[in-house]
Design a protein around this ligand. Structure first.
Ligand code: 13P
Length: 253
C-alpha cells in the first residue's frame, strides 16, 4: 500500500517573514492525525528551511528543499549541498523540476548525479519528469518520460529506490491552469511503472510513489488522487494558501 504524499513546491515565493506566517498557518490547519495518514511536505526557498525546522518540529509535517548541488562541498559559489540540508533536518529534495531543466539547463545526466548524492546523504529525492506541449503534440511523451526516468535513475539500486519519489509534471500543465485529465495522468503514471519494471522489477514498480503535478488544486485534487496510479501531488500555486493545501490533503485521505 503506497502512502499518499502531498508536497508543496513554493518555488521562488515568500520572504522569510511571509514564509513563517504561511508555515504557521499550515501547521494550524494540518492536524497531527491528518499528517499521520498522508505525508505532508513543505518545500520553501532555502532561506526559510531553518524556520521550517523550528516551526514544524513535532507537527508530523516534513520539509524539503528545491535543489542541491551534486558535490559534497567546495568552490561552487551560490550552491547548497545535500549535507547542509540534512544538518537542518531536511528530509526531501525536489530534483529535476522542469523549471530547472528549462531555465538552468539541467540535463538528465546532471539530475542523475543529484539523485545519487541526495540518496547517499539520506535525503528523499522527489524526481520530476514530464514532457513539453510540443513533445506531446508529436506523440513522443511516453518515450521522453521513459528516457528521463531511465537516465535520472542510472546507478540507483533497487534498495535505494524505496526512498525515491517520482513526480510526473507535464510542462504544459504547470502554472497554466491546464491540468492533465485524471486519465491522462494515470496513464502516464502507468507508463512510468512499466519503465520501473523494466529497470528494476515488479516490486519496485508497484511500490514507488508517483505524484502528479501541474495545476492541481482543491477542485480537481479528489478526482486525480482517486486514480489507482496517482499517489499524491506536487503542488505549486495552490500550496501557497493553507486552506487550499489542506483541502488537497483531505482529498487524498
Ligand atoms: P502549479 O501547481 O502552480 O501548476 O505548479 C506545479 C509545479 O510545478 C509543482 O512543482
Amino acid at each position: 500500500m503506497r502512502k499518499k504524499l502531498i508536497a508543496g513546491n513554493w518555488k521562488m515565493n515568500k520572504s522569510l517573514s511571509e514564509a513563517k506566517v504561511l508555515m504557521n498557518e499550515i501547521k494550524s490547519a494540518v492536524s497531527k492525525e491528518v499528517a499521520s495518514k498522508v505525508d505532508v511536505v513543505v518545500c520553501p526557498p532555502f532561506i526559510s528551511l531553518s524556520a521550517a525546522a523550528e516551526i514544524f518540529v513535532g507537527s508530523g509535517i516534513e520539509f524539503g528543499a528545491q535543489n542541491i548541488h551534486y558535490k559534497d562541498d567546495g568552490a561552487f559559489t551560490g550552491e547548497i549541498s545535500a549535507s547542509m540540508l540534512r544538518d537542518l533536518g531536511c528530509e526531501y529534495v525536489i530534483l529535476g523540476h522542469s523549471e530547472r531543466r528549462q531555465y538552468f539547463h539541467e540535463t538528465n545526466h546532471l539530475i542523475n548525479f543529484k539523485v545519487i548524492k541526495a540518496l547517499e546523504k539520506g535525503l528523499t529525492p522527489i524526481l520530476c519528469v514530464g514532457e513539453t506541449l510540443e513533445q506531446r503534440e508529436q506523440g513522443i511523451e511516453v518515450k521522453i518520460v521513459d528516457e528521463q526516468v531511465t537516465m535520472c535513475l542510472k546507478d540507483v539500486c533497487a534498495m535505494d529506490m524505496q526512498r525515491v519519489v517520482i513526480a510526473y509534471e507535464p510542462v504544459w500543465a504547470i502554472g497554466t491552469g491546464k491540468t492533465a485529465s485524471p486519465e491522462q495522468a494515470d496513464g502516464m503514471h502507468m507508463e512510468i511503472r512499466k519503465s520501473l519494471e523494466n529497470l528494476y522489477n515488479a516490486t519496485v514498480a508497484g511500490s514507488t510513489r508517483i505524484l502528479y503535478g501541474g495545476s492541481m488544486n482543491d477542485k480537481n485534487a479528489k478526482e486525480l488522487l482517486g486514480k489507482q496510479n496517482i499517489d499524491g501531488g506536487l503542488i505549486g500555486g495552490a500550496a501557497l494558501k493553507a486552506d487550499s493545501l489542506l483541502k488537497i490533503i483531505e482529498a487524498g485521505l
